[in-house]
Design a protein around this ligand. Structure first.
Ligand SMILES: NC(=O)c1ccc[n+]([C@@H]2O[C@H](COP(=O)([O-])OP(=O)(O)OC[C@H]3O[C@@H](n4cnc5c(N)ncnc54)[C@H](O)[C@@H]3O)[C@@H](O)[C@H]2O)c1
Length: 311
């Protein structure tokens, strides 16, 4: 298939591009390099330096003969959405509607979309399943929630085929320092450079960390399959910040003690997503990378990227 990957210069998108190419698809990347970098671009994919809100988008996709879309481009973090909700909405709502219009007008086979656990807000129970109420705590979470309703309406009105993956916290090589779930990349960088790590709060806050390679595989399999609708994408394993600190310290050989700073305001203390729905969907997918394997791969990448070797 000829696949458009939006955000293909970013962390998750670049791994999806690699996985698409590995599976024999032809790939076109669209990215405005707002947070992504040219270093992440796979030279085997054609690259358009273009904003997803661009009015020429549909024409470009038509000219390229795009058959399906994996949509990762976004204003991808919480703090900028609080500062500038308008920009967040322009990219995450209007940009995505631009792509949905392309799916509709060009009759594309499918669109796979990066939703977020942030659309749930404070968990009322764990593990959080897809039926859990969506009461986001930020404009970022809100834009991820609202756009899901557009997907649903595009299906009702025009019969489009889509998958929304509500991602847990993704980690792995190429992750920047400011993304969701970036405590692993922040600690890895600081430990490799011998700097002090700050744990916000008591370190007991938990998240469900999923390796980026597993996320990339799920996206490509979803594109190739008949599954439709909304699915959590997670490991369903709850891990605390203290555990992450401990594991990374041991693997890197880091001996400094962490500093404890104030807890983040309105931060979610426990977060873990149920993955029962995707595991019983018929998709030949399960999270295959253990936390230890994923952390080792992240450290190996960090050593080459940050130019530090403390092993
Ligand atoms: N990383 C996580 O843990 C996580 C968790 C939940 C959801 N998500 C979602 O997954 C997707 C990928 O996240 P990521 O961590 O790789 O973030 P990222 O910031 O590394 O990647 C986003 C990419 O989109 C590009 N982009 C931003 N605005 C654009 C625009 N208007 N037009 C074209 N390109 C644009 C950026 O340059 C970047 O390359 C996002 O939709 C994000 O909201 C990520």
């Amino acid at each position: 298939m000829k696949v458009l990957v939006t955000g293909g210069a970013g962390f998750v998108g670049s791994h999806i591009v690699d996985e698409c190419l590995k599976s024999g698809h032809e790939v076109v990347v669209m990215d405005n390099l707002a947070t992504g970098t040219a270093n992440n671009l796979n030279p085997a994919a054609k690259f358009f330096s273009m904003d997803i809100t661009d009015t020429r988008l549909i024409e470009t996709l038509r000219e390229e003969g795009i058959e399906a879309i994996i949509h990762q481009a976004a204003q991808s973090t919480v703090p900028p959405s609080i500062k500038d909700p308008k920009y967040d909405a322009e990219v995450n709502l209007l940009g995505t509607i631009n792509l949905l219009q392309a799916v509709r007008e060009l009759g594309l086979k499918k669109i796979v979309f990066a939703g977020s656990a942030a659309s749930y807000g404070m968990p009322e129970y764990v593990p959080v399943d897809e039926q859990h109420p969506q009461r986001p705590l930020s404009f970022y979470g809100l834009s991820k929630k609202l756009i899901e309703e557009y997907f649903q309406m595009y299906r009702e009105l025009f019969g489009i085929s889509y998958v929304v993956f509500r991602y847990a916290n993704i980690y792995g090589p190429r992750q920047g320092q400011s993304g969701e779930g970036s405590v692993i990349s922040i600690f890895t960088e600081r430990m490799l450079r011998g700097k002090t790590c700050t744990i916000e709060g008591d370190g007991g806050a938990t998240r469900d960390y999923i390796y980026v390679g597993d996320v990339a595989r799920a996206n490509v399999l979803a594109l190739e399959s008949d599954i439709n609708g909304v699915y959590n994408l997670s490991t369903e394993v709850e891990v605390s910040v203290n555990e992450i600190f401990q594991l990374l310290s041991e693997m890197i050989g880091y001996t400094q003690q962490p500093v404890h700073g104030p807890a983040r305001v309105a931060d979610i203390y426990r977060s873990v997503l149920s993955n029962s729905k995707i595991l019983s969907s018929g998709l030949p997918w399960r999270p295959e990378t253990t936390l230890a394997e994923g952390l080792q791969a992240t450290i190996a990448w960090g050593r080459s990227f940050y130019g530090a070797d403390r092993s």
